[in-house]
Design a protein around this ligand. Sequence first.
Ligand code: SAM
Length: 233
Amino acid sequence: MARIYAVGVGPGDPELLTRKAERILRQAPVVCAPAASAGDSSHALSIVESLLDRSRQEIIIRVFPMRKDQDGLDAFWEEAAETVVSHVLEGRDVAFITIGDPFLYSTFLYLYRILRERYPDIPVEVVPGVSSVTTAAVAAGIPLAAASERVAILPATFEDEKLRRTLLDFDTVVLMKVNRVFDRVYALLKELGLDRKGAFVSRAGTAEESVTFDLASLVGKKLDYLSLLIVKK
Ligand SMILES: C[S@@+](CC[C@H](N)C(=O)[O-])C[C@H]1O[C@@H](n2cnc3c(N)ncnc32)[C@H](O)[C@@H]1O
């Protein structure tokens, strides 16, 4: 029976794609790629484009709303699931690509929930990918955790009190989706005396990778969505 593959394509460098991901992407008759908004290109697709053969493979680019609050989007996800499932029922494997790893804050997870609830008989195989978290840590030269250190990974969009508690409790904190809330997070780091303990990493694992330790220099700037902040005490 045909199946759905959720393929993690890593952070950007095609060399950070697993051999399994490459094999599945070369074979799948249908490749589905998420885009942030209509007309946007898909970052995930750009990572694997060179492996695909458009004369043989159907590439579907779909807009997947990236909102913290997913309320009211059920109909949207159900429709997306239906599209994917219709290919599988006609005997075609679908590779749904996702940046980094599919099981870490990925858009695929909303689709995955619907697939499991509505179509429990459709096989879904998840192919892990190299996450932006580990790639960014390497780029910044900051080990995420050694020995008994504790690491937390969470979206920076949480309210201050939750962020404050996490920053106080853990040795290393990785804040994803930090671009739009950076100024607020920086103020919090300053309050906790951690403003010189962080690294802001953009486009880790790509040719445009950049690492900034001088966090004050980023205040008030428009920052890239593909960025995260690592705070290490
Ligand atoms: C929807 S999450 C996807 C995470 C992904 N599943 C992973 O494992 O890396 C998107 C967030 O991941 C982070 N991100 C993804 N790619 C990145 C990259 N190349 N460099 C830095 N951060 C990245 C950013 O914080 C971005 O806002």
